[in-house]
Design a protein around this ligand. Sequence first.
Ligand SMILES: CC(C)(COP(=O)(O)OP(=O)(O)OC[C@H]1O[C@@H](n2cnc3c(N)ncnc32)[C@H](O)[C@@H]1OP(=O)(O)O)[C@@H](O)C(=O)NCCC(=O)NCCSC(=O)c1cc(O)c2ccccc2c1O
Length: 260
Amino acid sequence: MSYTDIVYEEREQIAYIAINRPEVMNAFRGQTVEEMIQAMTKAGWDKNIAAIVLTGTGDRAFCTGGDQSAHSGQYDGRGTAGLPIEELHSAIRDVPKPVIARVQGYAIGGGNVLATLCDMTIASEKAVFGQVGPKVGSVDPGWGTAYLAHVVGEKKAREIWYMCRRYNAQEALAMGLCNVVVPHDQLDAEVTKWGRELVEKSPTAIAIAKRSFNASTEHIRGIGSLGMQALSLYYNTDESKEGVRAFLEKRKPDFRKWVK
Ligand SMILES: CC(C)(COP(=O)(O)OP(=O)(O)OC[C@H]1O[C@@H](n2cnc3c(N)ncnc32)[C@H](O)[C@@H]1OP(=O)(O)O)[C@@H](O)C(=O)NCCC(=O)NCCSC(=O)c1cc(O)c2ccccc2c1O
């Protein structure tokens, strides 16, 4: 398959999937998510691949979530809310090998959810993490909220979602949102080092460990798919549309005007 929205590479038994939409800070549209699912599944079930690195091209953004310019009530792809994002989340969870988020810039909105869902996160000191849902008329009702609480704790997860603040790499490290922070120019060397170490490990032991880690949070998949139905209805409200309009018009949203 040839890709338009991502770059896919394999080096030294490590697969690299990079969102390649720097003009929108590596935000994803329907096509992007389809390609990511395809690449994640291909790498995930290839016995020669030991680890998968998920990242974005350029220096500004890992991923800033849904492409707001491809959003008018619903996104432009398939799936409950116009993006097959649940399938991508499932692919990251289900592939029997470690997925590493290489975060070199903004990991915001749905981009933050992707980084959270990866098995491990390696961040550059320039990385910025955060949620924007309640600022732009959206929310991730499964992995992005409930699973985040497993990763950083209930209080911090609620702060992240309700307050929509940005967190630098050191703050993310302190709350357990990433595994390590390295100087920006050493990020690729660090990612390669972790990848090479994984190549040396027993693939079956790692697959069993991953499934075992997954087991205790598997119920969140159901919460997410139920929540996606609600999100789809929410996207069609004036309250949600106000968030998208305000972002594109570069102004503060006035949600209270639209609450029914
Ligand atoms: C990332 C930012 C914090 C950066 O802020 P900064 O001030 O540095 O830069 P700008 O705001 O001026 O942005 C520069 C440039 O990039 C464009 N851009 C940035 N993000 C997006 C985006 N997501 N979509 C489209 N375009 C984007 C921006 O418009 C500027 O373009 P110019 O042409 O004017 O230069 C800040 O940009 C920011 O907060 N971005 C908001 C990101 C956002 O709203 N994300 C979507 C949240 S909702 C979501 O992610 C989501 C996730 C899911 O998993 C879903 C699943 C199913 C359905 C829906 C889902 C969903 O909505």
